[in-house]
Design a protein around this ligand. Structure first.
Ligand code: DAH
Length: 343
């Protein structure tokens, strides 16, 4: 069967290109720099790819033959250029490496602002004699709710929009379950903080994120009072925000503490005078706290006649936003390098 005109044309072009490459390579004093040869013959828009593009117009047998020919040509050009640029190829300009150029500086990583803050918080509490405890982020309903005196049907469960993995497995909605896990394995005296990630089905906005961090605190011993709690929180507030900061406790309710409180720090932006950050109140809410409910002690087998204790929570992002003057919580999770590089 006669060859198609496209095939004949391609044959001629292959031969012509072969010749053109030889000429270019033997150009003597007019020799082209290697890089330019590479681009001209092997580049994405170079002559060899131009040949490959024409294969589409051929019959299947022609395509096979011509394909092999073009590949062979490509390989021979590649191997001819492999040594090009080395000293044996005098006359061809060497441009691959300039030792006088300044080097590329690799971007250096750094800690995430929340990691740095958590380290500070841990360091502060370690100095006050607390150790650091850990618990799972995938938690059972028992630890996340039940043993914290939040039985099924209790309105406090509805307040925390929970991600359920199955009927009785959840993503923990707070770090309070670590209180229970710690007391189950340790006899008093207990003095721990439990930092970690928590999850709630919140729609993200400037102050809500479905993933966030808390630090839980728990101290149990004989003769522990609310005054101890206030002292520890005041010390922490001063450590983070300086000696001028004030704290206040407001009566509140949590099923796992009795009495319960919410605590605030004085607003550092307006020094308590009232601004947009503190919504004119002069105070910024940090989290909840209180004296451990004796019912919680019953769950873990502690003698509530003998021991008392306090517990507190802490919203890590809230503290970070105050400390670093960040007005949108989502920035901590978007991981935009322009934001992260500022810390
Ligand atoms: N777990 C509570 C929350 O996520 C915060 C909290 C309140 C923790 C009072 C405590 C506490 O330990 O005593 O909203």
């Amino acid at each position: 069967m006669a060859n198609s005109p496209s095939f004949e044309k391609l044959q001629n072009e292959i031969t012509a290109l072969e010749g053109a490459f030889k000429d270019a390579l033997d150009g003597g004093s007019n020799a082209e720099p290697c890089e330019s040869l590479r681009i001209r013959f092997l580049g994405r828009k170079g002559s060899v790819s131009g040949l490959f593009k024409q294969l589409g117009a051929l019959t299947e047998t022609e395509r096979k033959t011509a394909g092999l020919q073009i590949n062979a040509l490509k390989e021979s050009i590649q191997s001819a250029l492999a040594g090009c640029g080395s000293s044996e190829n005098a006359g061809v300009v060497e441009r691959t490496f300039d030792p006088t150029l300044p080097g590329d500086m690799p971007p250096i990583g750094r800690y995430h602002p929340l990691t740095m803050l958590l380290r500070e918080i841990k360091s502060c509490f370690r100095r006050m004699g607390f150790s650091v405890a850990d618990g799972p982020e995938v938690e059972t309903e028992y630890y996340n709710f039940e043993a914290l005196n939040i039985p099924k049907g209790h309105p406090a469960r509805e307040m925390q929009d929970t991600f359920f993995i199955s009927d009785d497995i959840v993503l923990r909605t707070h770090t309070s379950p670590v209180q229970i896990r710690t007391m189950e394995t340790q006899k008093p005296p207990v003095r721990i903080i439990a930092p970690g990630r928590c999850y709630r089905k919140d729609t993200p906005d400037a102050t809500h994120s479905p993933v966030f961090h808390q630090v839980e605190g728990l101290c149990v011993d004989e003769g522990i009072t609310f005054a101890d709690l206030k002292g520890v929180i005041l010390n922490f507030a001063r450590y983070m925000f300086g000696s001028d900061v004030k704290i206040r406790f407001r009566p509140s309710f949590f099923p796992f503490t009795e009495p319960s409180a919410e605590y605030d720090f004085s607003c550092r932006f307006c020094s308590g005078k009232g601004c947009s950050v503190c919504k004119g109140t002069g105070w910024v809410e940090i989290s909840g706290a209180g004296m451990v409910n004796p019912k919680v002690f019953d769950y873990v087998g502690y003698d509530s006649e003998k021991y008392t204790g306090y517990a507190f929570g802490m919203g890590v992002e809230r503290i970070a936003m105050l400390l670093y003057e960040v007005h949108d919580i989502r920035l901590f999770f978007e991981n935009d390098a322009r934001f992260l590089h500022q810390f």
